[in-house]
Write a protein that binds this ligand. Structure first.
Ligand code: ZN
Length: 285
């Protein structure tokens, strides 16, 4: 009986040892080869470009888009817009292909195929192959850095809750993205003004604000961006920052914060915005 018990214990001990080894090996591999790649000291297949506010990892043997070299300036643009400090250094990973992107960023892609994604810590940005050759990388970086600055100054819970308020977080990121000159032949994620106006005359803009799930993300994103441009133009930056601070602190209250800060119901304000759009203007002159 005693011998049988000792044998069982020995088997159990071996099983635990194997399990621990597997977990340790999986963790070690997750750093250079998996979802912890950005945090790894080793980056097989990738080169590192150092800047003072960020580091950029890009595939060996490829040339880095010149916009990445402006990243320190873009961090400053995002900081100045939000009047918040980005105190932690940022790691930008330019994925060489979708395979790498899934390996490194799968948990952060939320089942989608975006141009780029910022991790909720606000310290890592993944740029996907969808951005290559099409997106204005400067605009894309400014968009993601807007998220990064916010995330570095909020709790993880607030950042995750903000996912349900894209009319604020994505719209505002769109405003920051547009703070620069777009490279000829490259595009921002927002629609060109003329295209947006012709579509927005026929579509109900409130639909983009009413729910988090969007049927046409690019159209909604453009609507949010122009909406915030209009709010800042009409009511000033301090009021906007007051609203933004309140909303990001307690995302479930963003709609009532809007009413409290602006003294107007969100729906009514969106309807006024829609009326301006029908007159052919995104921001009243
Ligand atoms: Zn975004």
């Amino acid at each position: 009986m005693a011998t049988q018990e000792t044998a069982t214990r020995r088997t159990l001990r071996w099983l635990i040892r194997i399990l621990v080894t597997v977990v340790v090996l999986a963790l070690l591999a997750a750093f250079p080869l998996g979802p912890l790649f950005a945090w790894s000291p080793m980056h097989p297949g990738y080169s590192l470009a150092h800047f003072s506010r960020a580091d950029v990892l890009y595939p060996d043997g490829t040339s880095l888009d010149s916009a990445y070299r402006e990243i320190d300036r873009y961090v400053a643009v995002a900081e100045s817009f939000h009047e918040l400090k980005c105190s932690k250094k940022i790691e930008v990973v330019v994925c060489g292909n979708w395979n790498d992107c899934h390996r490194f960023a799968e948990p952060f892609l939320l089942g989608q195929r975006p141009l780029a994604v910022t991790v909720a810590t606000g310290t890592v940005i993944f740029v996907t192959p969808r951005a290559t050759g099409w997106a204005d990388i400067g605009g894309l970086l400014r968009h993601e850095l807007s998220h990064a600055v916010q995330s570095q100054n909020r709790s993880l819970l607030s950042v995750l809750r903000m996912l349900r308020q894209p009319w604020v977080s994505e719209g505002v990121a769109g405003v920051v993205a547009a703070q620069g000159v777009t490279v000829p032949g490259r595009y921002l994620a927002s629609l060109p003004e003329r295209e947006f106006l012709s579509r927005a005359k026929k579509e109900d803009l409130w639909q983009s604000f009413a729910v988090a799930q969007q049927k046409d993300w690019r159209f909604s994103y453009t609507a949010w961006m122009y909406f915030w441009n209009r709010q800042i133009e009409r009511n000033g930056k301090p009021k906007f920052l007051q609203f933004e601070g309140a909303c990001f602190t307690d995302p479930d209250e963003c709609r009532s914060d809007f009413a409290a800060v602006y003294g107007a119901d969100l729906r009514k304000t969106v309807e006024e915005f829609q009326a301006d759009v029908r007159l052919g203007q995104v921001v009243p002159h």
